[in-house]
Design a protein around this ligand. Structure first.
Ligand code: URA
Length: 186
């Protein structure tokens, strides 16, 4: 079993896929190692690549607001991505890139042991829940795998482009808060 620091060190020197050739920084992920909720996005964008931190651009600011709307702080949760290096021009990661990177996320999940994993967008939901999943049809529905409840919802970048989807995302976030309360009461 690795510690989070050991894992981060491995990840910082990773060359398992071509994204390592074009990245500025590895975006390992951050947050509480005791988090009940883990948010998993797709991969770093421009701002994340420059700063080496997940969800720090406009989409990240919206994610922060949504986390705060369910009475949590960003530092209470853990935030990571399917791929730790920025795909050029923010394209979706190729399957071989996600596959090369997913073991880091699996270790992060093992170390944090979240009760709920929120999959932000299709790339995350397809990699973590089911490759055939459709966000528009299945968002907001929990899928239990082992001890963890997975919830697919819209990616915050999508919400920035589609204002009208925000009310659905807000319903999803309220369900996340309710599920956490329910789990903690058991
Ligand atoms: N989009 C993502 O999927 N992840 C980030 O870290 C930032 C934007």
């Amino acid at each position: 079993m690795y510690t989070m620091d050991e894992l981060r060190k491995f990840c910082y020197s990773c060359h398992k896929c071509g994204l390592s050739e074009t990245r500025t920084n590895v975006v390992f992920g951050e947050g509480s190692e005791n988090a009940d909720i883990m948010f998993v996005g797709e991969g770093p964008g421009y701002n994340e690549d420059v700063q080496g931190r997940p969800f720090v651009g406009k989409a990240g600011q919206l994610l922060d607001k949504m986390i705060e709307a369910i009475s949590l702080k960003r530092s209470d949760v853990y935030i990571a991505n399917v791929v730790k290096c920025r795909p050029p021009e923010n394209r979706n990661p190729f399957e071989e890139e996600s596959n090369a990177c997913l073991n880091y996320l699996r270790w992060q999940v093992k170390l944090v042991k979240p009760k709920i994993i929120v999959c932000l967008g299709a790339v995350s939901a397809k990699n973590l829940i089911n490759p055939d999943l459709s966000i528009s049809r299945q968002r907001g529905q929990f899928v239990k795998k082992g001890d963890i409840y997975f919830m697919p919802t819209y990616h915050p970048s999508y919400l920035l482009r589609n204002e009208s989807a925000k009310k659905d995302a807000w319903e999803d976030f309220k369900s996340i808060a309710a599920k956490l309360k329910e789990i903690k009461e058991i």
